[in-house]
Design a binder for this molecule. Sequence first.
Ligand code: 26V
Length: 813
Amino acid sequence: MFNNKELFKIAFKEQLVSRLGKNIEEASAGDIYKILGALIRESIGREWAETNQAYKVQEEKQVYYFSMEFLIGRLLGNNLLNLGLLETARDGLLDLGWSLEEIEEQEPDAGLGNGGLGRLAACFLDSLASLQYAGHGCGIRYKYGLFEQKIIDGHQVELPDNWLQKSNVWEERRADKRVEVRFWGQVEVREDNGRTVFDTVNYEKVWAVPHDVPVIGYEDPHVNTLRLWSAESSMDPSKMQIEGHNSYYRFLDYYRSVESISEFLYPDDSGYEGKLLRLKQQYFLCSAGLQSVLRTFDKLELPYSELPDKVAVHINDTHPTLVIPELMRILIDEKGYGWDDAWDITNRTVSYTNHTLLSEALEKWPANMVRELLPRVYMIIEEINKRFCGMLLERFPDRQDLVSQVAIIESDQVKMAHLAIVGSYSVNGVAGLHTELLKRNVMKPFYELFPERFNNKTNGITHRRWLMHANSELSHLISESIGTGWIKRPHQLLKLESFKDDSAFQEQIMSIKRSNKLRLAAYIAQKQGITIDPDSIFDVQVKRLHGYKRQLMNILHVMHLYNEIKDTPSADRVPRTFIFGAKAAPGYYLAKSIIKLINVVADVVNKDLQVNGKLKVLFLENYSVSLAEKIIPAANLSEQISTAGKEASGTGNMKFMLNGALTIGTLDGANVEMYEMLGDDNMFLFGLRSEEVLDYYRYGGYLARDVYGKDPRIKRVMDQLVSSGPFCCHEREFGLIYQSILDHNDEFFVLRDFNSYAETQAGIDQAYLDPQAWATKSIVNIAHAGHFSSDCTINRYASDIWDIRPVRPSINV
Ligand code: 26V
């Protein structure tokens, strides 16, 4: 639509007048954003239709990635990049008096996810489209995304994230494609021509209305769809009069209950366990998504036995597991298939990714709740369970213990992971270590029953957003040095290894890092009024706040450094800036008091003139995708310090590596695979290994109180949490933290790993004193990060799990 700057400007000004009735002098930044978004959205309409047409004509197998979360963030910059229009738009806007960066800030950050799981789904969509696979997202259009975090007096305060307040320029509401989702009711059984038929009566009907967001691939004209469902009431208010005098109130109640289905994203929190509304959301997604998938399949006029050849339904964690009984229900009740055929079809269509080993995060639903809300679906789950347990008892007649261990319904609870494994053909973990731990521990009996289903797919990140868009200077330097092949073949970043000792290249890498640090410093100065030293080590830990991620170890170490400086103020130190960003689930009190502690320490440290120039601490409010894009390119050191065996993969670790930060980390999640490539020269490892952690859990032998008693440095920081001193605001402010370590024996081995961590950190200070050597390590990190591009991950999903190949619409249509 506009392939040069002049055409862009003409089109832009025309749109501004025709849509908003304004000329360029009158337009606000918000107006500019709206018009630019609309221009892009319209310019890809044709490609969007052509991509869909190509899928139809070629009868391609299509993948539907079902996920309760898509943490897509802002789309403007990325869409311009993928369309090859970034420079045209930037230059054109500049002529019109606007900077693109300022306009990008106008876009609400679509926070439809909690963290890693949701961001992974968004990276996968980008790779699916860029690699020209027929792969779509299926999710919920939450009216409110993950809460907005404000820090008030050091405490986290949650505010609703009203991201749709201004209109969403990307989405297309498709009322004609709405489908009906049914809740509640009773099942009536009758015989019809020798067949048993199940009718649900007295159900509540809800409309699911799709809002389609185009997912634009890189360079080639390939546009997939992220279909987000919104719940709307199905009663017609204009007919209320005829239905009796109380009907208006009934309508209001019904209306509220329907609208609430797609109102809020639940924060990942054990607090939602057993919450009816969350279960409603999950079924709403599964039922609406499947109906739309099958409607597309029906156009092929093939028997359902061929569904697995044309459709792959992938479930992102157990949240959309109800696709399994729902597909069974549709095949049996609506399409007339018998149980065995329906089961075979379902089993060959659905695949599942597990994202956590934490037992408290494995989903269970009270059986009663499922039975009442979804009576027919519950009958099907019961039948799946009955047949599965029956099969087991036939194979292992003496193993009642095994049966109760793996049953889908047990102690009046429906175990979603069990249903997901039994009902799918593939179960994958998200990093090598995680998959091994699944097979050997958490899901061992299932692995023994179905070894062929288990496989690993190490996570990945899109290098387009996380390098090309977030760090364009570095991206240009790379292209100047090794050509642009790495953009389509990220493994080619390995070519950078030959520059690792090239002093001119090192200089350039360091100067780009410095300018990114300056940019972040300016942002921080503007937001928080704190100046930070661009020559200090930017040491960053940004991720959800959770005990196992051990932000606590990091801040206790900062307290220890502060103590050291206060003890010997004259000693030379390598200056550090510790940067934190984290949201805690609203009901997770311990996590919230760790946020308060970080803020208190920051306050003390930053105000103390004696440590000024040596130590600074910052907590950046409201960590989100767009904030991550500002922070990560500026980091020197990436903190990936989870208790070994707890972090399934991590993806932040990969983003930092790609941007040239070095990692201090444990052998956990995908850190293990990073270490295999980087070795001790290029990564700073510390702490217990996962087997050692497991041994402690199994056999005991760790006493946090012993460590506390024997190590004066540790005792000192622990005591500072509860006794008067620089960090304790009022008595027991941090009692909960203190107790979690000393009374509950430090579940995540913070004290056990503290010294190893502190020593490694001291070694990092020394390493930073040699800038050339540091630059070499940084280059080696970037060079190996191509391995973690989500393009590689998606290619593996495509060939090993989904059995799909790229589609080239331009050639075939
Ligand atoms: C959920 C819950 C809910 C109950 C309370 C504690 C808790 C803790 C964590 C979670 C998250 C579960 C799923 C998840 O987001 N996993 C993350 O998935 C990423 C993408 O695969 C992966 O990189 C992270 O390591 C993993 O934590």
